[in-house]
Design a protein around this ligand. Sequence first.
Ligand SMILES: NC(=O)c1ccc[n+]([C@@H]2O[C@H](COP(=O)([O-])OP(=O)(O)OC[C@H]3O[C@@H](n4cnc5c(N)ncnc54)[C@H](O)[C@@H]3O)[C@@H](O)[C@H]2O)c1
Ligand SMILES: [Fe+2]
Length: 366
Amino acid sequence: MWTYHNPVRIRFGAGAFGELGRLIAGRRYMLVTYSEPLFQELARKLGEASGAPVLVIDDVKPNPDRADLAVQCQRVSELEAPPELVVAVGGGSVIDTAKVIAAARGSFGPVWDVLISRGQGADRLNPLPIIAVPTTAGTGSEVTSWATVWDGAGGKKYSLAAHALHPVHAVLDPDLTLSCPKGLTISTALDALSHALESIWNRNANPVSALYAVAAAREILEVLPALSRNLSDRDLRSRMLRAAMFSGLAFSNTKTAIAHSMSYPVTLRYGTAHGVACSFTLPMVLRSVIGINSECDAALARIFGSNLEEGAARLQGFLEELGVSTRPADHGVGRDEWRAIVEEAVLGERGQNFIGSKEGLLAQID
Ligand SMILES: NC(=O)c1ccc[n+]([C@@H]2O[C@H](COP(=O)([O-])OP(=O)(O)OC[C@H]3O[C@@H](n4cnc5c(N)ncnc54)[C@H](O)[C@@H]3O)[C@@H](O)[C@H]2O)c1
Ligand SMILES: [Fe+2]
């Protein structure tokens, strides 16, 4: 038996940003975004349509860190009247920050307690409603019920997960992604590709997640090389944002797996962008799962063709063409360190979702 559920109301299309005012509908809202001029301009437009937000949090940095989140949550408690709604306009870091702020309702302490107790008590959190407006085509956070919280000082990564953290609305306007520079476009798209594949070699895979994952991966493999050469093509931007959302709908029900589990120490130690860290291992993971599970093989064959060894080689070539080496050493990770990362990753929460084995992965070390 299997189940699939996703409660997020999705609005997709060029100009969808203009509908935000109607969705906010006069409620007291707070805005989470970045401080760059581009986002200040979006905030100004939003203010014109919906009135001024009661609070703006715009000091979001890539990979939200627990220390910053504690300060940002505190600012909500200083308001005379709390917000009724959190609107996030930005990439995964902004949307995840908004989720934490929504769950904290002014007090980070209870959220931190949930994080360090591996999710215990998450169902007692009562998050404010969230509207998520992604400006990168990658994380799928606009349709998932979790947020990644980084603890740079402690060298750890946590996940805050609760059903009520699903945004109420996801507003996807591909024109907002037109300003993404090449490196960001590539790394975020590879994050989405990783989400799709990770939902396939996953113990929680089901026929609906597989449909979304296959559609997303095929589209990303086709669109990304062209998009990386023509960043201002609106049709390609739209296809990429839709594919990233499909990946989100796939892994919203499976969570990620081993490639993500192996990526976290790489990002924490070497600052590697999330999308690169969770995708340079995809060919080696693909090689390691061939023949393990017939449904997994069938889904992968719909993406890469029936010869999956050849498919893995093509995936490696695809990444290398985009400037992403598939060798851990080229990301600063030595052979012994890589072995240790693999051994720890299979024991992690995401690693446990993986249908393959430690031995299969270690056999890929050259
Ligand atoms: N919750 C989830 O389901 C989920 C899934 C995957 C990743 N994540 C998390 O998301 C984070 C990564 O998010 P991300 O990859 O979207 O990037 P990001 O939000 O970290 O942003 C990276 C940079 O991109 C810039 N940027 C964003 N949109 C832009 C645009 N339209 N034009 C120009 N610049 C723009 C930002 O200013 C920022 O400097 C990581 O912390 C990761 O752990 C969460
Ligand atoms: Fe990811």
